[in-house]
Design a protein around this ligand. Structure first.
Ligand code: MLT
Length: 391
C-alpha cells in the first residue's frame, strides 16, 4: 500500500489541538492557577429552551414504537430544510429545499466538498484564515495560492484580475479577523468568479453575529451568486451547537460545470459517504428557526457580543490596536511591544492565565496578531480583562 503523502506536508498537529496541548501542559504544571480560555471559539451558554423542548419531545418519540425513526434522509429532514429555506427567504433570497443539505457542521462539509473537485484545481485562500481551508486542500493535493488580508486592506482581500483561481474561499464575518464584506465587495467577488468560471466556497458560520443590517449575511443576497457559489453555515456559534453538531450547506441548482450540476454531485457524495444528522438533533435545530428560537438565540448572541465589547473597551483603554468584535465574536489584536504571536500566547498564559489563539496559527500574515474569543462566560471575561489590564 501507499499512504497519502500529502499528510506529511501538514504541520504536526491541527492548530487548536496544539493550543489545547499547551494549555493542558501549563495546567498540569500549575494546578492551582485558574486558566481563562479565550482560544478556540467554543460557546459557554447552554442550548436555548426552544431547542431543548423539541429535542426532549424527539427523544420520547424515539422511545416509542409508533414514532421511532431509523435512517433518515442523508441530506436532512424536510422539516429542517424547509425552515432553512424560510430563513433565507427572510434575507430576501429564494433557496429551494433540494439546494439545502443538513450536515454535522461547517467544518466537515468544508473539507468534504473537495471530493467534488479534481486535483488540478488552483485554490485561492486568504491569509490569515481558518486553518481547515488550508489543511484540507493540502490533504487533497491542490495547488494553493494565497491572498493577503492585512490591516492595509482591512483584512478584506479583493479580487486581483491577474490571479487565476478555480476555487476561492471567503469567510465573512471572518474567522479570525472579524472583518465583514459589504455588498459591493461581495458583488466584486461574484462578478470575478462568474467571469473566470471559479467557484466561491463561502463560509457564513458567523453570519448570526452581523448586527449591521446593511451587511450581507449570505452570499446569495448578491445577484449572480447562485451560479458561482456554495455556502456553508453552522448552528455551532449561532445556537450553541458546538457539541450537538448541526450545520447546513447550500449548493444551488444553478451552479454547473459543462452541464453537470454540482448539487447532484454533492447529493451523490452525501448519500454515499454520510448517513445524516441524528433526528433528535435536527428537531432541535429546526426549533432554532422558529420565532421563539430566534429570539432566544438572539439573547445568547447579544451576550457574546457584550463580552466582545468588554474586551474591546479594555484593549482601547490599554492602547492595544484591535479590530473585529463588532459584527463578530472575535477580537483580532496587535500583540503589544511587537511581540510575536506565540510569544504573546506564552506571555498571556504565564502572566495572566488567559489563553487565546496566536495569529500566526492562521497564516503568515497573522504573525504579530492574536485572537481573543468572546464566547466565554461573562464573569470570566471581566476577570480576563482585569488581568490583561494589570500587565
Ligand atoms: C475557532 O475557534 O476558530 C472555531 O471554533 C473552530 C471551529 O469552528 O472549528
Amino acid at each position: 500500500m501507499n499512504i497519502n503523502t500529502n499528510f506529511l506536508k501538514l504541520k504536526d498537529s491541527y492548530l487548536f489541538s496544539t493550543i489545547a496541548r499547551k494549555i493542558a501542559s501549563y495546567s498540569k504544571a500549575n494546578p492551582e492557577k485558574k486558566i481563562i480560555r479565550m482560544g478556540i471559539g467554543d460557546v459557554t451558554l447552554p442550548l436555548c429552551k426552544a431547542v431543548i423542548d423539541e429535542m426532549q419531545a424527539a427523544v420520547c418519540e424515539m422511545g416509542n414504537k409508533q414514532t421511532f425513526r431509523g435512517y433518515g434522509p442523508e441530506q436532512g429532514y424536510d422539516f429542517l430544510a424547509q425552515k432553512i429555506c424560510e430563513y433565507y427567504a427572510r434575507l430576501g433570497t429564494q433557496i429551494e429545499r433540494d439546494e439545502v443539505f443538513i450536515s454535522d457542521g461547517a467544518k466537515s462539509d468544508i473539507g468534504n466538498i473537495l471530493d467534488l473537485f479534481s486535483v488540478d484545481n488552483t485554490v485561492l485562500i486568504p491569509d490569515p484564515v481558518y486553518p481547515v481551508y488550508v489543511d484540507t486542500n493540502i490533504i487533497a493535493g491542490h495547488n494553493i495560492i494565497y491572498m493577503d488580508a492585512t490591516a492595509e486592506n482591512e483584512f478584506l482581500p479583493m479580487p486581483d484580475q491577474n490571479v487565476k483561481a478555480d476555487l476561492i474561499y471567503l469567510c465573512s464575518p471572518n474567522n479570525p479577523t472579524g472583518a465583514v464584506y459589504n455588498r459591493q465587495q461581495l458583488k466584486e467577488w461574484v462578478d470575478y468568479a462568474l467571469n473566470t468560471g471559479a467557484v466561491i466556497l463561502f463560509d457564513a458560520a458567523y453570519e448570526a453575529f452581523i448586527s449591521d443590517d446593511s451587511l450581507p449575511k449570505s452570499i446569495f443576497e448578491i445577484e449572480g451568486a447562485k451560479r458561482c457559489a456554495i455556502e456553508f453555515c453552522s448552528l455551532s456559534k449561532t445556537a450553541g451547537f458546538t457539541g450537538t453538531r448541526c450545520g447546513y450547506t447550500v449548493v444551488p441548482m444553478a451552479l454547473e460545470k459543462d452541464g453537470t450540476k454540482l448539487n447532484r454531485l454533492w447529493l451523490r457524495r452525501q448519500t454515499t459517504k454520510f448517513n445524516g444528522v441524528p433526528y433528535i438533533v435536527q428537531r432541535g435545530a429546526a426549533a432554532v428557526f422558529t420565532q421563539e428560537g430566534q429570539s432566544q438565540i438572539k439573547q445568547n448572541i447579544n451576550y457574546y457580543l457584550g463580552n466582545a465589547k468588554i474586551i474591546a473597551d479594555a484593549l482601547q483603554k490599554k492602547g492595544i490596536w484591535f479590530t473585529g468584535g463588532h459584527n463578530s465574536p472575535y477580537i483580532w489584536l496587535k500583540c503589544p511591544n511587537n511581540m510575536g504571536s506565540w510569544d504573546y500566547f506564552d506571555f498571556l498564559l504565564e502572566n495572566a492565565q488567559v489563553a487565546g489563539t496566536p495569529g500566526a496559527g492562521f497564516g503568515k500574515n497573522g504573525e504579530g496578531y492574536f485572537r481573543l474569543s468572546a464566547f466565554g462566560d461573562r464573569d470570566d471575561t471581566h476577570e480576563a480583562v482585569k488581568r490583561i489590564l494589570s500587565l
